[in-house]
Write a protein that binds this ligand. Structure first.
Ligand code: NAD
Length: 346
């Protein structure tokens, strides 16, 4: 791995590394940009096959956070931390304390929060070593309702701007995954009068949500074949791939899952099929907005108000994608880079 070539490939400035013999900590913090304010983004812990995989992951994820924060008009840059999980048993509290010291050394240019593999109790440990952390157990709490609210607002923008509807009544939505975000989203959509078909690999969860909302439930693989207006991925990444997009019978894709497109080519293929894809990081920014408001001094009403504005962001992407005949994912990337280049709001 040539580190500086890798940084150049991702158009990066900064990658910070920390190794600690005593605790077994091997951590990376990528800062894509701090132009708009302190970089904010979660800490992920997992085993990586190679160090190059960890570097790629942190750089890719931090850039996505920068784009997400910029499009959500937050006074934050984008960053992310990756901890390479030690191979044997380890003292979790000692590891996260040492990691907190590492974050503290970045002197506020990076604010961390939870991500896959970490929890509010890990943030509590980090907080003993630094104040540059949000999402601890006495923080703003579960971000999922805010993420779901933002996705509902994005779907409203798509219903208006792409599907010529005035509201969500009778809108047919096929939902993949009804976990934390998906279940909240299903409730929001059902309340607005949408007709839901849902699935989840967990049959008990699928059944519970179907009964609660009088929704139709199907087996996980069948969700791709459901005729609908909106397909909504709310499970894992990579839902839209060569294998699945040919099966979709929808006019738009709007969901909370991260990394919905298996490859950028899938974004172009959807555009050619006239399926509007709401860029994942633009529509699922509600959770980030919530923790950014926590950083500023928590105010749930403000977090809600700022999340409602995701409607306008999706409407603007849709309008420009149509005008420039360019896939919405590419438009969103461009808009985010433009917002960062323009610098902080005066
Ligand atoms: P979760 O684990 O609570 O829910 C995911 C659900 O999807 C689970 O119920 C799981 O059983 C189900 N699932 C997994 N594979 C499936 C498959 N192949 N088919 C059908 N169902 C499947 O996670 P979550 O917090 O609800 O997050 C969902 C997605 O949204 C993730 O991609 C996450 O990264 C993204 N996201 C979440 C937030 C948030 O606030 N929680 C914010 C931004 C993005």
């Amino acid at each position: 791995m040539n580190l500086f070539d890798t940084l150049a490939r991702f158009n990066y400035g900064e990658l910070h590394l920390c190794r600690d013999e005593k605790t077994g900590l091997r951590a990376l913090v990528g800062l894509y940009s701090t132009r708009l304010g302190p970089a904010i983004g979660g800490t992920r812990i997992k085993p990586y096959a190679t160090e190059a995989d960890a570097v790629d992951d942190v750089l890719r994820l931090a850039r996505a956070m920068a784009y997400k924060a910029a499009l959500a008009h937050l006074p934050h840059g984008g960053g992310k931390a990756v901890i390479i999980a030690p191979s044997g048993a380890f003292d979790r509290a000692a590891l996260f304390t040492r990691f907190g010291q590492f974050v503290d050394g970045l002197a506020g240019r990076y604010v961390t929060t939870e991500d896959s593999g970490t929890s509010p109790s890990d943030m509590d440990v980090i907080r003993t070593a630094t104040r540059f952390v949000v999402g601890s157990s006495n923080g703003s709490g579960d971000p999922s309702p805010f993420t779901a609210l933002g996705v509902r607002r994005g779907i409203e923008a798509v219903a208006k701007g792409w599907l010529d509807r005035t509201d969500l009544k009778g809108l047919r939505v096929a939902m993949q995954g009804v976990g934390h975000v998906g279940a909240h989203l299903a409730r929001e959509l059902a309340q607005a009068g949408a007709e839901l078909t849902i699935t989840d690999v967990d049959p008990a969860r699928r059944q519970a949500v179907a009964v609660e909302l009088s929704a139709r439930a199907v087996e996980p693989d069948a969700i791709f074949d459901v005729p609908c207006d909106v397909f909504s991925p709310n499970a894992l990444g990579g839902a839209l791939s060569e294998a699945t997009i040919g099966r979709l019978k929808c006019r738009a894709v709007c969901g909370a899952a991260n990394n919905q497109l298996a490859t950028p080519a899938i974004g172009r293929a959807l555009h050619e099929r006239k399926v509007f894809y709401a860029p994942d990081y633009a529509i699922n920014a509600g959770g980030l907005i919530n923790v950014a408001v926590e950083w500023a001094g928590y105010d749930a009403a403000r977090a809600r108000r700022e999340t409602l504005a995701i409607h306008d962001t999706i409407a603007a992407i849709l309008e420009r994608s149509r005008r420039e005949d360019t896939p919405p994912g590419e438009i969103a990337d461009r808009m985010a880079e433009e917002i960062m280049a323009a610098g902080p709001a005066k």
